[in-house]
Design a protein around this ligand. Structure first.
Ligand code: ATP
Length: 490
């Protein structure tokens, strides 16, 4: 998508095609909440599946060519509220806000110059003579609810504002149940909720959204190596799914921006066409041992959250006179000596937004092409140039006309492909119009059954982007589609 985009126009396109609808629209909607339509749900599912496949089931080798060990989790959205006290979210997960006593708007203090106030004509808050802005005050972003029948302070719970904490509090359960050794990663995809003060830019800043998060646990002595591995891998992943590298900008946070416990954070930013500045798609953070230590301290389960490198100990202890680690500890080794075997792992956290990436994919794919037909007539073709892996529908099957045996061959092919791919059968209207409908929703291939197909068992396969058609054998269609759905190299 080139140039600055009118987001209202783009949201209308997404609604008309069935990608994204406003939540509860018939009642006027609700700000910051969105529904994915029939095509949007497929697109977002493909994005989450690609992430799971490429990061959890088949991550590329590590910095020294080693296999990466990754497992998944699916934690509850509401957890014991102590989780959020220990993580710092109850005390500190807030944005400074200003309220306007005149229009009753509430605005994020650091966004005021780019926002519009509720008075007309719309200006930035504070720009009208009548505006009465308060001083900035902290506003906690967590949604609260009550668990159980009694509504009082003892029943307060929170909708999780990130999926990460579910991973940290299950670290020991995962270690015990899988017997994994460092380094390893735990991944989770799930909903998160933040009562954002000014949701905006379509789904970019929503109040309910999905995250795809990894906590990668490693030995502190190797943590910088792993930080660099994840930072580079995560940026590359977006380009393998069709995002142009030039639109992806990794931004290493300056020292003054870093959380006090972080040894490095890189935001992977994307040039969304609604802004002149790149905006965050994902944060890759070196979180040190901060989270595990915070939970160890708050829960009192210090031993649960530390890691004992048994293999290293067994190896080294062969040359020692002591038989067990416990016994060795009695010989008063230094803290550094102990930390060689028993330590709190460091954590690298690549934290991505499924909805933000879906929006980036939609905006990157949207293309308007000026075409001139054989009679010299000019026309605009809208085409969603999705990577085939992400495309909601992989192939559309058309009988050229509804007679002469063509529908039978087309339906048979459709039924043969359906168990493997999301395919679509369309026999309505002129074939040119059918192609255009599929271009508009980003279907990479259209397969047409014509008179020759019935006679010689060949079909035409049309490429969405080049609009070129080739003839291939009916029996090769499945392989042809499967090959094009493989991840790209870069
Ligand atoms: P921002 O600075 O944009 O508010 P953040 O730094 O608070 O984002 P993180 O807490 O690092 O975001 O969350 C990790 C990822 O989750 C983000 O990179 C983004 O993709 C996604 N995310 C966070 N907040 C939202 C939101 N309100 N709507 C949609 N996605 C979000």
């Amino acid at each position: 998508m080139a140039g600055k985009t009118d987001m209202a126009k783009f949201a209308k396109f997404c609604k008309d095609t069935g990608f994204i609808f406003q939540s509860s629209e018939i009642y006027g909607g609700i700000n910051g909440f969105w529904d994915y339509g029939p095509l949007g749900v497929e697109l977002k599912k493909n994005i989450k599946d690609a992430w799971w496949q490429d990061m959890v089931r088949n991550p590329p080798p590590g910095p020294d060519g080693q296999e990466i060990r990754m497992v998944g989790l699916d934690c509850s959205i509401i957890m014991n509220p102590q989780v959020w006290v220990a993580s710092g979210h109850v005390g500190g997960f807030s944005d400074p806000m200003v309220d306007c006593k005149k229009c009753h708007g509430r605005f994020r203090a650091d966004h005021v110059p780019q926002l519009q106030c509720l008075l007309r004509p719309s200006k930035a808050p504070g720009q009208h003579d009548e505006c009465q802005l308060s001083d900035a005050r902290e506003f906690n972003l967590m949604f609260q609810t009550n668990v159980g029948a009694v509504v009082d302070s003892s029943s307060v719970a929170y909708l999780r504002p990130e999926t990460a904490q579910g991973i940290f509090v299950n670290y020991r359960n995962v270690l015990n149940s899988t017997r994994l050794k460092l380094p390893f990663g735990i991944a989770q995809i799930g909903k998160s909720f933040r009562n954002e003060v000014t949701p905006r830019n379509f789904t970019f800043r929503s109040r309910e959204f999905e995250q795809m998060e990894i906590e990668f646990f490693c030995n502190p002595s190797e943590s910088m190596k792993w930080y660099e591995y994840w930072r580079d891998l995560r940026k590359k992943w977006y380009s393998t799914l069709g995002i142009q590298s030039s639109n992806l900008i990794p931004r290493e946070q300056g020292k003054e921006e870093l959380a006090f416990y972080s040894l490095g954070t890189t935001d992977i930013e994307y040039m969304f066409p609604f802004s002149d500045e790149p905006q965050e798609l994902e944060g890759v953070a070196h979180r040190g041992s901060y989270d595990l230590e915070a939970h160890a301290k708050a829960s009192g389960k210090v031993d649960d959250l530390a890691y004992f490198d048994e293999e290293l100990w067994n190896n080294d202890s062969q040359t020692m006179s002591t038989r067990s680690f416990k016994e060795w500890l009695k010989s008063n080794p230094s803290e550094a000596e102990i930390a060689k075997y028993k330590f709190v792992p460091h954590v690298i956290e690549p934290s991505a937004g499924a909805d933000r990436f879906t929006l980036a994919v939609l905006m990157e794919a949207y293309t308007e092409e000026e075409l001139t037909d054989a009679k010299g007539q000019k026309d605009t073709r809208i085409v969603m140039k999705f990577h085939p892996r992400l495309a909601p529908i992989k192939a559309a099957i058309f009988p050229l006309v509804n007679k002469d045996g063509m529908p039978e061959v087309a339906l048979k092919l459709y039924r043969e492909l359906k168990p493997y791919f999301n395919v679509f059968y369309d026999d309505k209207g002129a074939v040119g119009r059918r192609y255009r409908r599929q271009d508009e929703i980003g279907t990479p291939f259209c397969i047409t059954i014509d008179g020759d197909s019935v006679k010689d068992g060949t079909v035409t396969i049309r490429d969405r982007d080049s609009m070129q058609q080739r003839r291939i054998a009916l029996g090769d269609v499945r392989n042809e589609i499967a090959n094009l759905l493989m991840p790209s190299a870069s």
